[in-house]
Design a protein around this ligand. Structure first.
Ligand SMILES: NC(=O)c1ccc[n+]([C@@H]2O[C@H](COP(=O)([O-])OP(=O)(O)OC[C@H]3O[C@@H](n4cnc5c(N)ncnc54)[C@H](OP(=O)(O)O)[C@@H]3O)[C@@H](O)[C@H]2O)c1
Length: 320
């Protein structure tokens, strides 16, 4: 089946921005469903339809999805808190999305999970991602062609992973780093978008789960050292042992925005590395960090500040 129209939930975020561009360039018409349409007017300038969504119940989603060939679910959070709870945001919404695809006659559903998603995983983030996968398979497989993606950490010009460390590195003094030996295979956001596009275009990808990894496996210490080098900084990085890493997670988990939490600490106990890289299965050559990160790392600061600032302001002030 040819996919011409796509509704993207969570399309206003980091991955969503790149995906909308990639699908649009391939000739697909994209709509981004968001809780805050007034914050994403810039998407409309690019020809993207921005549609409001609020309750995420089956009734609302079924009406929303009518007439689309495919739905992409990118909705996700990193911590329980003011932004929502894992059970509601990951499991509840994913199940409602899958059931609503079926009710609305949508033929394809691309679901974003995470590497190591597992109902028996070490953290609530990974367990809820695992339960979400189960809920989607249960709800949708017979009538809707489902493809799932499990990326390692995703990098790109406007990511939050490398850029968060860039911000920390700019603080004075040495950097105390929790879980310095945790391992990742950072995957380029452009490759992730390409994987979604190729999957949407092929019926062979229905029923498949694609782990997505970049070409380099790095420890967290190497990630931070790499970031410092890109910024042209010399910085002392103090790797913390398990006890102090836990303590840091407990303390930072109390701060607004939870820069690091106990649940993040538990997620890091499992290497975020692919068994079989789905990019290769989709004939995509994984992009190395160096190809993307050098000029952009420093370019994100202004945009990040702007986005954060907008989130803090009430809608009225922003001309909602
Ligand atoms: N970035 C990574 O390194 C990485 C790695 C592995 C897996 N993933 C997964 O990839 C997906 C996209 O990641 P991302 O980095 O693009 O995330 P992001 O920039 O934080 O965007 C996530 C989107 O989810 C929506 N959202 C957040 N909380 C919500 C809530 N309580 N109810 C409904 N919608 C909510 C937001 O849409 P609105 O505010 O517009 O409604 C937002 O645009 C997520 O599922 C994430 O778990 C990401």
């Amino acid at each position: 089946m040819k996919i011409e129209t796509v509704c993207i939930l969570g399309g206003s975020g980091f991955v969503g921005g790149h995906l909308v561009n990639r699908l649009g360039a391939a000739g697909m018409r994209c709509s981004v469903a968001t809780r805050y349409p007034h914050r994403h007017r810039e998407l409309q300038l690019g020809g993207v339809r921005v549609v409001p969504v609020s309750s995420f119940d089956r009734y609302e989603l079924t009406r929303l999805f009518e007439g689309y060939d495919a739905v992409v679910n990118l909705i996700g959070i990193l911590n329980n808190g003011f932004g929502g709870h894992f059970e509601t945001v990951h499991v509840g919404i994913a199940a409602a999305v899958a059931e609503s695809c079926k009710a609305a006659g949508v033929k394809r559903l691309l679901h974003m999970s995470a590497l190591n998603a597992d109902p028996d995983g070490p953290s609530e983030y990974l367990r809820s991602k695992g339960r979400a996968e189960e809920a989607v398979w249960r709800a949708a497989t017979r009538d809707v062609g489902v493809t799932m993606f499990r990326p390692s950490v995703i990098f790109g010009p406007d990511d939050s992973f490398f850029n968060r460390f860039a911000s920390l590195l700019r603080l004075p003094g040495p950097l105390p780093l929790a879980c310095p030996e945790a391992r990742f295979a950072p995957v380029y956001v452009g490759d992730v978008a390409e994987a979604f596009l190729r999957s949407a275009r092929s019926s062979h990808t229905i029923g498949e789960v694609y782990e997505l990894c970049g070409p380099q496996v790095m420890t967290l210490r190497e990630v931070v050292a790499y970031t410092a080098e890109r910024l042209g900084m010399r910085k002392k990085i103090i790797g913390l042992g398990a006890g102090l890493s836990r303590l840091q997670a407990r303390v930072l988990g109390w701060l607004p925005g939870k820069p690091f939490s106990m649940d993040n600490f538990l997620s890091l106990q499992k290497p975020s590395v692919c068994e079989i890289n789905g990019l290769l299965r989709l004939d995509i050559t994984p992009t190395p960090l160096d190809a993307v990160m050098s000029p952009e790392l420093s370019g994100r600061r202004m945009r990040a500040r702007y986005t954060w600032y907008r989130k803090l302001l009430p809608g009225d002030f922003l001309g909602k």
